[in-house]
Design a protein around this ligand. Sequence first.
Ligand SMILES: C[S@@+](CC[C@H](N)C(=O)[O-])C[C@H]1O[C@@H](n2cnc3c(N)ncnc32)[C@H](O)[C@@H]1O
Length: 277
Amino acid sequence: MAEPTQALAGVNNAVYRTLGERWYEADDDPIALLRAESRLRNPWLTRQIERTLGTGSRRVLDVGCGGGFLANYLAASGHRVTGLDASPEALTVAQHHDASRSVQYVEGDALALPFPDASFDVVCAMDFLEHVAEPERAIAEAARVLRPSGLFFFHTFNRNFLAWLVVIKGVEWLVKNTPRDLHVLRMFLKPAEVAAACARHGLGAPELLGVRPSLGLPFWRLLLTRRVSSDFQFRFTSSTRLGYSGFAVRAPLRTNPTGADPLLAERGDVPRSRRPR
Ligand SMILES: C[S@@+](CC[C@H](N)C(=O)[O-])C[C@H]1O[C@@H](n2cnc3c(N)ncnc32)[C@H](O)[C@@H]1O
């Protein structure tokens, strides 16, 4: 799919069309880092959905779903999942790995989502916002297709010298087969920028968690072999200076007389917001 929005991005999005089964199998490729990140994020994300929206099957859209690491996990957990990506090749791989056989995989552009307003309970954009030239349009589209009180999850990278050194140069130097422009510093996003864009599109202040690699044996093995072993781990941290995950709640349509969102107030479980840095 020739995506005008992708061509503008400057980041290498073409690589996701060429991976094939390497999405799930390669340890000599930075895609293995994405797999490792998803092992940390997926259970966290399902816990947050349950904590905030309660248990039960939710309508989830995974934007820029790639090979389906999250979409397939959520479907296996009983959610009704749609995965959207600009790469038909990635979607074929994702579908092949969907054990639930229930995910609707759709080729499309995150900046012009082919869904009606308010059609999902949860929208996810993991490792995605830094891959488009207009991340705010992606956030606006996510907010549009979210129903009131729905959840917007994201993961992206902070824009600073440390993130350039570790996330861009560190990966280029240390992980085999890292393509040029896998990430581009100017497309990284400061937490305050994401929060401001969320606010402009009716999403509440995001609750944020920093993400960094665990410095155990698999990390040192990576330094020696330039391969990412299957036990490589990321962990959550209070610092958002490298990568960070977060979620924001779509403003409710109407509030009750106490001013609280009825869905959240019912559960007495309003998420805390941390001031973005
Ligand atoms: C780094 S991958 C992330 C994949 C997945 N979210 C994950 O965390 O495993 C970025 C994905 O965004 C997709 N992408 C880039 N620009 C897009 C756009 N404008 N619309 C939809 N998908 C896009 C790419 O094809 C790629 O699969």
